[in-house]
Design a protein around this ligand. Structure first.
Ligand code: NA7
Length: 549
């Protein structure tokens, strides 16, 4: 793509001219990046978004694997800043699939005329803060240099795939696909021997979708997952009118609930008889949504015996469907609590394992040793021969998108090194030592885990816009966290996390899926509504956790 009329020539620290000078560079053109670009442009900033992808969509551009769909209701995943933008789009079902979600983001980009300020198929490879001139010097894989006052990351919490993790991957004779790098061209799976590694939210969607199509499916399962059945009704015009008529109510409530969904914790365990508790669990389970996790009994996140009781309820449901003791042993969790790890929704997923052409291989005690030309070899030497391998192996969550870029702040400090030692941010919005780097979907804010992403991303991008506008209005040019401000937020985050059972799990929530990653609960767990209030108070008080000059 060539540069547009916003091109200017600037001079870098080293004397070489930059190709483009901007007020702000936005990293990413997904749910957050599109809205951030729109907001900053509306404020009159010269701004450009960059994305590695060939089009808009972010997560919904990349995750085009079979069965990819929302676990959030479509009508709460939308932007709430414009009633017209909201109402002019109609979902065809409650939990839409990736193709429809991608079309929705195209609709947003078209309606807001965003593409003219997005440079696609471009990877930002470096961003260095020039302390003399208070400018970010940003480089791309196309050899361009862009200079900007603000660098705003909208790179997504789950966008850095764990894709090259097994010995011998290159030796495999067939194709290997990571789910979030699924090709746009159709992939022929019919009749093939397909292996899926991973049974997280992604693996489950893939497995339940392709089982009937492939010749033989081998699922490699390590940590068992609690799952909840999804009820996904198709929407008629009157259903669409119904949810659209709730626009004002949704706009006024969703941003303030504990998880940014339309529902909130309604019941107190202590107030109910044992029979009533079972009735409530059953009622919520029948909703076919994430409600049992995000709007059941809030005490299950804090009190071990309540966690155990709710976990046992879900285990019972899973056992009833699985029947076979061997399947139950591999697939039903027993050593961590329901909801302390992302809960996937599924459709006939457990029943897949009763199919003749599906084989479940437990790799907890007999791990995957390597990939060979023929297939997957386990530690005991067993080889599973395959034609295609699908890696549903997850992401380097929260930090990976930025640590894979060479980002340098004050005194040349490296974000990759800093977060390699300890993952810290100020409210998930900035990092100490990195002036004018504003962040969404990074650790220590309520994103991805226990948050409806669009709710959180709208709030964060709006906070960032307000912070930039306030700074400029006061004739200042630099904002950065104070050391004390960051310390206080990290301490608050830790205290909030430690009060819950969530840090006891091993998953991407804690970064424990990435070798060597410092362990910390990545998402803030004090609640979306509470987080918003704290961010608003910070701004209203004149940004005391930040230094502005
Ligand atoms: P997840 O939830 O991180 O799941 C990754 C899966 O891959 C999980 O079952 C892992 O098992 C498995 N995995 C990873 N490495 C291995 C090895 N070496 N051997 C066997 N199994 C392995 O990623 P998803 O993409 O499913 O979901 C990420 C988020 O995207 C999800 O939470 C939603 O918010 C959307 P493990 O659990 O580590 O034993």
């Amino acid at each position: 793509m060539t540069m547009t009329s916003t091109t200017d020539t600037a001079t870098q620290a080293g004397g070489a001219p930059a190709d483009l000078e901007l007020d702000a560079v936005v990293l990413g053109a997904g749910v957050a990046g599109l809205y951030q670009l729109h907001q900053l442009r509306e404020q009159g900033l010269r701004v450009r978004a960059y994305d590695r992808a060939a089009d808009v969509g972010g997560t919904w551009y990349w995750n085009r694997y079979p069965g990819s769909r929302f676990d959030s209701e479509g009508y709460i995943y939308q932007y709430l800043f414009s009633e017209k933008l909201y109402k002019d789009w109609s979902w065809s079902e409650k939990f839409p699939g990736q193709p429809e979600i991608e079309r929705w983001l195209h609709y947003v980009a078209d309606t807001l005329d965003l593409r003219r300020d997005i440079q696609f198929s471009t990877t930002i490879t470096g961003a260095h803060f020039d302390e003399e001139r208070n400018r970010w010097i940003i480089t791309t894989d196309r050899g361009e240099t862009v200079e900007a006052q603000f660098f705003v990351s909208c790179a997504g919490m789950l966008s850095a795939p764990m894709e090259n993790i097994f010995d011998g991957q290159d030796s495999f004779r067939g194709p290997i696909f990571h789910t979030s790098r699924w090709p746009k061209e159709p992939v022929e799976l019919a009749g093939k021997r397909v292996g899926v590694i991973g049974i997280g939210a992604t693996g489950i969607q893939v497995i339940q979708t392709i089982a009937a199509e492939v010749g033989h499916l081998t699922v490699f399962a390590r940590t068992p997952q609690y799952v909840l059945p999804m009820k996904n009704p198709k929407y008629s015009e009157s259903d669409q009118d119904w949810y659209k008529s709730r626009f004002a109510e949704l706009r006024d409530t969703i941003p303030h609930t504990f998880t940014g969904f339309e529902y909130d914790f309604e019941h107190a365990w202590a107030d109910c008889t044992p029979q009533r508790r079972q009735e409530i669990l059953e009622e919520i389970y029948q909703d076919g949504s994430l409600k049992l996790w995000l709007a059941g009994f809030g005490e299950m996140f804090f009190v071990e015996e309540i966690s155990e009781a709710v976990s046992e309820f879900v285990r019972g449901k899973m056992r009833d469907r699985l029947k076979d003791p061997r399947l139950i042993d591999i697939l039903v969790p027993t050593d961590y609590g329901f909801g302390t790890h992302r809960v996937p929704l599924e459709t006939n997923y457990l029943e897949v394992y009763h199919r003749e052409n599906v084989e479940l291989v437990g790799v907890r005690d007999n791990p995957i040793a390597r990939i060979t030309p023929e297939g997957i070899e386990l530690a005991d030497g067993t080889v599973h021969e395959l034609d295609v391998i699908i890696m549903a192996t997850g992401f380097d969550a929260g930090t990976g998108a930025l640590t894979r870029i060479d980002i340098r702040g004050r005194d040349g400090r490296s974000l990759t090194e800093d977060w390699g030692r300890d993952i810290r941010t100020t409210m998930g919005l900035m990092v100490y030592g990195y002036p004018n780097l504003l962040t969404t979907a990074v650790p220590l804010a309520p994103s991805a885990a226990l948050c409806n992403m669009t709710t959180c991303l709208q709030q964060q991008t709006e906070w960032i816009t307000d912070a930039i506008v306030a700074l400029r209005a006061e004739g200042k040019s630099v904002i950065e966290p104070t050391e004390h401000g960051e310390e206080a937020w990290v301490a608050h985050h830790e205290e909030t996390a430690a009060a819950t059972l969530v840090p006891r799990t091993h998953s991407w929530y804690l970064g424990s899926n990435v070798p060597g990653k410092p362990r910390r609960l990545l998402s803030y767990i004090g609640g979306v509504g509470t987080y918003r209030r704290k961010c608003d108070e910070e701004a209203a008080a004149g940004y005391p956790a930040f230094q502005r000059s």
